[in-house]
Design a protein around this ligand. Structure first.
Ligand code: ZN
Length: 423
């Protein structure tokens, strides 16, 4: 058997700095319907009351969105995207920002809004701005006027930033400042979108206990592989992750001497850094699937670049890994993407429909029916049924003599094959 050895030199060691102590799961809802597409991500912590508040908000927002989806078939689908930011301060204070984007032909303008949650895991309670900062409405008003003069509507500012309303104001905090958030029309005209204002701790009295942060170190090992060029070969790909199922999928792949390419979302990287480290250590590959699963063809050049570059950057900063492959969300590509993004675009030619079927036997049946030598298979590592389906698919493919590799390995094998055929 012809073999060649592929050496993957993964990064030796990286120090990631973060305030986070442990991994938590990120719930993902990705749906693609005829008239609407939905991409939602939010953190799920070990705190029940916090999860309930977040889920309630997501549920209400989705309900509001579905009301806006027209009953007639529109040219461009309506889109709902909810993304999140999550950080802990001193392994104690949980800060969560949910960022919603909604667009539909029935709306005059796309909707942008944020919602914040701050939770003290020691006192087991939600915190208001006044729990964290002894601050005056006048301080906030003067800071806002200083930085957002062109946007602020004076009457709204006077009415909505008062001593009485401080405790209901949206905010988060870091180890050196508080961040205040105002949705469009709250204190500004709509064109200013969301106003985010940072006020350093030295400008007011801090009410919380002094906090300190921790950091993590990763180490990679060099992986070498034996790949055959005369064997039937497929590339397995997993989109929309990582998730709580990813590690198990990687272990299962390892059991069958297989690897895959994981097209991940940038917004999950920090929370799943250990998982992703595991993915890489086992010889798998990471690809870019945007930052928060917005439809890329709808974005301006700047927004598009930000989605892609922020994801590559957070992977590089957190894992020391350089991504080269891009799988566009919803498989949608246009000239703007081709022209502005200098990465290899990877689609698929076997769609297991796992996100829709959500039944392991049906997924396995579809996959095994469609798989042929040289194919790229689309799956999603955010569903338990996909994990279960793999337990049926992998042994069968091995029995049929397939080797299962990453997209880059498949391409490399195909290139070598083409080269030898030419001779
Ligand atoms: Zn996707």
């Amino acid at each position: 058997m012809k073999k060649f050895v592929l050496f993957l030199f993964l990064i030796i060691s990286m120090t990631g700095c973060s305030n986070r102590a442990s991994e938590f799961s990120v719930e993902g809802i990705i749906e693609e319907h005829e008239n609407n597409i939905i991409g939602i991500h939010y953190p799920k912590t070990e705190i029940k009351s916090l999860n309930e508040e977040i889920e309630q908000y997501v549920f209400e927002t989705k309900k509001q969105f579905l009301k806006e989806v027209p009953t007639y078939l529109s040219l461009v689908p309506s889109e709902l995207n909810i993304d999140y930011e999550y950080w802990e301060v001193g392994n104690r204070y949980y800060n969560i920002v949910l960022k919603t984007f909604m667009t539909s032909p029935t709306l005059a303008h796309p909707i942008h809004m944020v919602k914040t949650f701050v939770y003290d895991s020691v006192k087991k309670q939600f915190l208001t701005l006044l729990d964290v900062a002894e601050i005056k409405a006048s301080t906030i008003k003067s800071t806002l006027l200083l930085h957002h003069k062109d946007c602020i509507l004076f009457r709204e500012l006077e009415n909505n930033v008062t001593e009485d309303l401080l405790s209901s104001m949206m905010f988060t905090f870091t180890d050196h400042s508080i961040l205040l958030y105002f949705n469009p029309y709250e204190i500004s005209n709509g064109s200013c979108m969301i106003i985010k204002e940072e006020i350093p701790f030295q400008n007011f009295k801090v009410e919380i206990e002094k906090v300190n942060s921790s950091s993590k170190t990763f180490e990679y090992h060099k992986v070498s592989k034996n790949l055959a060029i005369d064997k039937k070969t497929i590339a397995l790909t997993f989109d929309d992750g990582p998730s709580k199922y990813t590690k198990e999928i990687v272990s299962l792949l390892e059991e069958y001497d297989s690897n895959a390419t994981f097209f991940i979302l940038g917004n999950k990287v920090k929370n799943y850094s250990e998982t992703l480290n595991f993915v890489l250590e086992k010889g798998n590959e990471l690809g870019n699937h945007s930052y928060n699963h917005k439809q890329l063809t709808r974005l301006s050049k700047e927004e598009l670049k930000k989605q892609i570059e922020d994801t590559n950057q957070v992977v590089k900063d957190t894992l020391g890994y350089q991504i080269t492959l891009l799988r566009p969300t919803y498989g949608a590509i246009n000239n703007r993407i081709k022209k502005n993004i200098d990465m290899d675009l990877v689609l698929w030619n076997v769609d297991t429909m796992d996100w829709k079927l959500k039944n392991s036997k049906a997924i396995a049946k579809k996959a095994l029916h469609d798989i042929k030598d040289g194919k790229i298979v689309l799956m999603h590592d955010i569903y338990k049924t996909t994990l279960e389906a793999l337990k049926l698919i992998l042994p069968e493919l091995k029995k049929q003599g397939y080797q299962i590799v990453t997209v880059s390995e498949l391409k490399e094998i195909q290139a070598i094959k083409n080269e030898t055929e030419k001779r």
